[in-house]
Design a binder for this molecule. Structure first.
Ligand code: ADP
Ligand code: MG
Length: 265
């Protein structure tokens, strides 16, 4: 997909055949999400009335000071934490309508996760790590898709290596490939470049961008780094559990500007 065709919050709505407007397809939605930890005097409102749409094929960065609710939002969107009130939808599926087991299966089959610390299994090769989610589900990985993902992440020559034989950047690319193996509807990444040096970090962001542009994947990434956020289509800023600002087509400079105004430099 050409850069100019990127879906973003600016994407104009396309009329349906019957003339009624229909927006771009949504991969996920948060609707009036509240998350309160604890009760009474010691309760903490981690998220207060957060509503956000994630367009399919879009790349969103979530920023905000430490303790602003970024990880909580990611965990609530990914069905790793329950809401106090509100709704999270993955596609058309309301997470609250699922049993614990159904939610586990949805996470496995329809979502992908990338963590700061790679979380690869040291005894498995890169390829075994990538196909592990499919193996655990008792399925053969789609070999064509596996080849596409491996080529897209430039991992062809690394498949037989174990994590200890790979650089940090290569390990994180393996983790991204693992997150993509089920062709998820959304990939969630919590500080994916946090453990990488700046060169490996830029490379990883370039790969994440191409996973969105070339493979049509949907990425939601928490980051502290304005340079990383600039790779996204939009940046959502959280302060004290609320969305205070949204930037479309961010640059490092515009992100820094908002961070300065929010007192988070
Ligand atoms: P961020 O990722 O932006 O640093 P978090 O989402 O981790 O922020 O945390 C948001 C707020 O919720 C913080 O005040 C934090 O202390 C609180 N919090 C997060 N997880 C828990 C928990 N399991 N129990 C109680 N409070 C929590
Ligand atoms: Mg966090």
């Amino acid at each position: 997909m050409a850069v100019s065709e990127r879906p973003s919050a600016l994407t104009t709505t396309t009329p349906r055949l019957d003339g009624t407007p229909s927006g771009p397809r949504l991969a996920a939605r948060a609707v009036h999400v509240h998350k309160i930890y604890g009760v009474g005097d010691t309760s903490v409102t981690a998220l207060g009335d957060v509503s956000l749409d994630f367009v399919a094929g879009g790349f969103t960065a979530i920023m905000g000071p430490s303790g602003s609710g970024k990880s909580t939002l990611l965990h609530c969107l990914a069905g790793l934490d329950t809401l106090t009130s509100g709704q999270v939808l993955i596609g058309d599926t309301d997470l609250a309508s699922l049993t614990d087991r159904q939610r586990t299966i949805l996470r496995r089959d329809r979502l992908g996760f990338v963590f700061q610390s790679f979380n690869l299994l040291p005894t498995l090769t890169a390829e075994e790590n990538i196909t592990l989610p499919a193996d655990l589900a008792g399925r053969d990985p789609d070999s064509e898709w596996l080849a596409t993902v491996v080529a897209k992440l430039h991992l062809e020559d690394r498949l037989r290596h174990r994590p200890a034989e790979l650089s940090g950047g290569q390990q994180q690319r393996v983790a991204v490939a693992r997150a993509l193996i089920s062709r998820p509807e959304v990939v969630f990444a919590d500080e994916p470049t946090g453990a990488l040096d700046s060169k490996a970090g830029s490379e990883l962001l370039h790969f994440l961008r191409s996973v969105v542009d070339d493979l049509g994947q949907t990425v939601v990434m928490v980051t502290h780094d304005p340079g990383a956020a600039a790779y996204a289509d939009r940046v959502v800023f959280l302060v004290d559990g609320a969305i205070v600002e949204e930037l479309v087509a961010p640059t490092r400079e515009t992100v820094l500007d908002v961070m300065g105004r929010l007192g988070d430099e």
